[in-house]
Ligand binder design. Sequence first.
Ligand code: 9WN
Length: 420
Amino acid sequence: MNHLRQQAQEILQANDRGGFTVPTAGLYPFQWLWDAGFTALGWMRFDEQRAWRELETLFQGQWPNGMLPHIVFHRPEASYFPGPERWGTPQASPPTSGITQPPVLASFVRRMLEGARDRALAEEKARALYPKLLAYHRWFKRARDPEDTGLMACYHPWETGADNSPAWDEALAQVPVDPDLPPYTRRDTGHVDPSQRPRQEEYDRYLSLLEVYKRDGYDPLRLYTQCPFRVASLLIDCVLHRANRDLRALSQRFGFGHEAEITGWLSRSAPAIEALWDEQAGLYFNRDLIQNGPIRVGVSASFLPLYAGSSSPQRAERLAQTLRSWAQQVRYLVPSTDPSSPRFEPQRYWRGPVWAVLNRLIAWGLEEYGQTELAERLRQDTLALVRASGFSEYYHPRTGAGLGGGAFSWTAAVFLDWAE
Ligand code: 9WN
């Protein structure tokens, strides 16, 4: 295992661009929001100073309204599309995208603080990050849940982190392809076999949504009623619920005094997440906010209410049963789509492959509900995939083959954080 730890460290070092870590060279040459969170957990295992720096650099891209964008374009790079010109956001220095991603950061800051060897450094850094985290979470509540429903409106599959998940098929199909869509060349399929990436018709709609944002001046409240793609995503809502619990703990620890405000948010999000439960399916479903109905396809995020901590012990037990039934159909947990779904595609990105980061989040949840055997199974499966196929972006749940980009930062980071 030691040589793999060594290799994982070397991947983070090789992907380090001076204060930020690219997810992988070529395919993703900038800093991504939730990748930065996981990557910081990895850096913590061998260079704490550098770990904190990852997050500080990410926050250089925070918007004045508190939004934290999903990509920060620290310096120009032609190997990725769409870059800053296509996003055309008001944010110039550094330029950024105009949407967010699963807000793992407050939880990871708390975790980094609690696990730090250099306590004084961790106290100083976490205290300094706190106001920025609070501004980000306040933005979520204000911009994405103005009616106080407890669920956040997401405006793009990219925001959910699980871009081409079959959960978004119908909602995305409702997005009209812009008849004046400026021509573009995809870069992703130059780096990765197209059979492992989203389809062209999805990309046309991903890009059409950018034209809507630009026309609407990136006004979040206008998008709240006008955006042709609006979903409540378990990845955003469960991660945010958990992050708010951790933000509240940080507020208390440092004496910032925001506990009542955050408790108010939590009291709305917990029942709203639980209302996504489907008794017959034995899991949670995402929700289409335009059709106003559940999206009935099981995905790996369907287990995340365990990570949020909103499930009852009965529902947690039922989720564990559902996960065991998935395990009968694949060799490695957790496939990103229910393997019995007709939409399951074991090699295509978020339509079937296993992602180490989802395994990590789900396992945290399982542990907290006392499902230690299943949590350990997820850990062992993740380590086995790395041993068999290296540090890939994602893996085939039946063969264990490595898919997507290679020498991948968050996979290396999860390994460093999770291997003994
Ligand atoms: C768009 C960087 C990111 C991850 C996402 C993953 C993928 C980007 C893309 O790569 O998305 O954000 O262009 O495919 O889906 O979760 O953060 O690793």
